[in-house]
Design a protein around this ligand. Structure first.
Ligand code: OGA
Ligand code: NI
Length: 342
């Protein structure tokens, strides 16, 4: 079909059945393509941590210092909650176009919205992704905005969000301890009233996955991200200059340190660049929970981690300032952190 027809579709999920090539606005320049052949793919790509095992704090410290990423098993989140979350997400993205589009907005600061790519208002290239983004803490402030179709959406997602909040708080306590801070430091001192967002990412089958991205390389702006992925690969992490695939393991979550942990830790831990690639066989769903400070929270290096030999590398800022910066400048392998350096 002609490209003029394809551009009439707002979402990639609806465009995909009308094309057998990637439309030009999705095509990356030659020096900015995924090079899918070059990616390292081994079974154990990033550390896997047993949250009921021994030496959890040491394992977290090792993973944060060397990868910025780890996977967790025995995390305590019931399988039934995970399965319902994945099922209702798939059902949502399989609803008729007109039903899904009721939730559409291109305004990144709307607290509930369906959109596509990353920021369609500012970006040069489109990404092969649709996403439903929800704010979810405190849940009662936002749940009335959420979709009501599929009928169990609000209940299933709310249950999942509560579990994710519990897991995020636990991991933040362990990360605090691993930095030599008081266990409750991050949770009680650094995040203000706390925030929690989630994205349900839908990556349709792509006819030419070598030409585009689901999401190009970026670091997450928040505190920590807890990612649930289905059984289709796509996540890749930058490690020592190489892209490493993080293949899904059933009933595990992939956790990564966001920019705010890099700031709080005064660069002891790094927020690592990652991306999502697409494929020509299977649609993929990934569901990141972004745990974050509230927008009025003032973030800066923990005073306990700075001294004459380790001066604070970042100035204090509000999370609102950081978050606006992230959405307005577009995804890039150069993190926004530089803007906030001392
Ligand atoms: C993100 C992200 C990775 C994935 O949404 O920030 O990095 O595998 N997603 O979808
Ligand atoms: Ni990310």
């Amino acid at each position: 079909m002609s490209s003029s027809m394809s551009t009439t579709k707002v979402l990639v999920s609806d465009l995909v059945s009308t094309v057998n090539h990637v439309p030009t606005n999705f095509i990356r320049p030659l020096d900015d393509r995924p090079n899918l052949q070059q990616v390292q793919s081994s079974d154990v790509s990033i550390p896997l941590i047993d949250l009921q095992g021994c030496d959890i704090i040491q394992n977290i410290r090792y993973a944060c210092q060397n990868y910025g990423f780890f996977q967790v098993v025995n995390h305590g989140v019931p399988v039934s909650v995970i399965e319902k979350m994945m099922k209702v997400s798939k059902e949502f993205f399989h609803l008729p176009e007109s039903e899904r589009l009721k939730n559409y907005s291109d305004d990144p600061f709307k607290t509930t919205r369906l959109s596509t790519s990353f920021n369609v208002k500012t970006e040069k290239f489109a990404n092969w992704r649709d996403f439903l983004r929800l704010h979810c803490h405190p849940i009662e402030h936002y749940i009335h905005e959420w979709p009501t179709n599929p009928p169990s959406f609000r209940e299933d997602v709310a249950e999942y969000c509560r579990e994710m909040r519990g897991l995020a708080l636990r991991l933040l306590e362990e990360i605090s301890e691993s930095l030599g801070l008081k266990r409750e430091h991050i949770v009680e001192k650094a995040l203000g009233k706390h925030g929690q967002h989630m994205s349900i990412n839908y990556y349709p089958v792509c006819p030419e996955p070598e030409l585009t991205y689901g999401l190009p390389g970026h670091a997450d702006p928040n505190v920590i991200t807890i990612l649930l992925q289905d059984d289709v690969s796509g996540l890749q992490v930058l490690k020592d200059g190489n892209w490493v695939a993080v293949n899904p393991i059933p009933n595990t979550f992939t956790v990564n340190i966001g920019d705010q942990i890099q700031v709080i830790s005064n660069d002891r831990y790094k927020s690592v660049v990652h991306r999502a690639v697409v494929n020509c066989n299977k649609e993929r769903i990934s569901i990141p929970t972004f745990y974050c400070p509230s927008s009025d929270a003032v973030v800066g290096p923990a005073p306990q981690l700075t001294d004459n030999d380790h001066p604070p590398l970042y100035r204090n800022f509000t999370y609102n300032e950081y978050y606006n910066n992230f959405w307005n400048r577009g995804l890039s392998e150069e993190t926004c952190l530089d803007t906030f350096k001392n």
